[in-house]
Design a protein around this ligand. Structure first.
Ligand code: AMP
Ligand code: FE
Ligand code: FE
Ligand code: ZN
Length: 285
């Protein structure tokens, strides 16, 4: 069994439609793939309708969150959520708020770039974001297409990283609240790429223990942005805290270089995740 529990389609900041993404997953020999677009479930019905025979598809999402340490500014964290009820009103409202937040901060980032002469137009970026979930990768791609940079990676390194003068933070969900919402909607919350230091400051063990206390059920351990010692540390924490261990590619199509299936989840851990998710069902034969 090859199981990849973290991928993005063009409904958020990947480049393939859900149907194309599932075809890619099948062609890569995966048996299970989760669709985890940022802050939206808009891809779920498309994935269900276009699922290739033999492939199990787990409906999921990646929620933009923050951890609030007592002695430092908030730290951006991502929460994967699987098999929740998409109609749960409180959770749906929070996703809506986050998407609105993305629109407002995206407009500010692009406005500042345009004011300094970078060839980007906010209306065009919004129009081309298939699902209306606009993120920095969309701005990066617009910069590439306008010839201002060579690649999405270069756009992040030079203009879009979180210390850049053009960077604007989103007001993301308090992760404890996010965990509570996912659980209330019958879903399985998993802390995504928790020690990916190349993305910025990361939380300490105390925060992960705090999340477990708040109802977290899993840790994404095997992720392309985690070094071997980071994986080992997270695996130890998962064992201590009794959390499910997942592994995933965080595939974004052409917006990242990682291939689908680059990291995978063990079958027994996947079974535990399936059993814990009671808000919706996986799409399967
Ligand atoms: P945002 O959600 O708008 O803050 O943008 C964050 C997203 O940008 C992440 O989900 C990744 O998909 C992407 N990203 C972050 N850093 C990089 C990078 N160095 N190169 C390419 N994509 C990145
Ligand atoms: Fe992303
Ligand atoms: Fe993420
Ligand atoms: Zn992701």
């Amino acid at each position: 069994m090859r199981i990849d529990l973290h991928t993005h389609s063009s409904v958020s900041d990947g480049t393939e439609t859900p149907a194309e993404l599932l075809a890619t997953a099948r062609a890569a020999g995966l048996d299970v793939v989760a669709l985890t677009d940022h802050d939206t479930t808009a891809g779920w019905s498309l994935a269900e309708a276009s699922r290739p025979a033999g492939l199990t598809v787990v409906p999921g999402m990646e929620l933009s969150c923050r951890w609030f340490p007592s002695d430092q500014p908030p730290i951006s964290v991502h929460l994967l959520a699987y098999l929740f009820d998409p109609t749960h009103a409180g959770f749906a409202a929070e996703r809506g708020r986050l998407r609105q937040e993305r629109l407002e901060r995206g407009a500010r980032i692009v406005g500042a770039l345009a004011a300094d002469g970078y060839p980007v137009v906010w209306e065009q970026i919004v129009e081309r974001s298939a699902g209306g979930v606009v993120g920095r990768p969309h701005v990066a791609r617009a910069l590439v297409e306008a010839g201002a940079v060579e690649s999405v990676d270069e756009a992040f390194v030079t203009l879009l990283h979180h210390h850049s003068p053009y960077y604007v933070a989103k007001v993301d969900t308090d992760v404890r609240e996010g965990i509570a919402l996912v659980r209330a909607a019958g879903g399985v919350p998993v802390f995504a790429h928790g020690l990916a230091t190349k993305r910025g400051r990361v939380v300490g063990d105390d925060a992960i223990a705090g999340m477990a206390e708040a109802g977290l059920l899993g840790l994404e351990v095997d992720h392309p942005d985690h070094a071997p010692h980071e994986r080992a540390h997270l695996r130890g924490l998962a064992e201590d805290l009794g959390l499910i261990v997942t592994g995933s590619s965080d595939y974004h199509g052409r917006n990242k270089q990682t291939p689908i299936g680059a990291c995978t989840t063990d079958a027994d851990q996947f079974e535990a995740l399936l059993a814990a998710g009671i808000g919706s069902e996986a799409y399967r034969d």
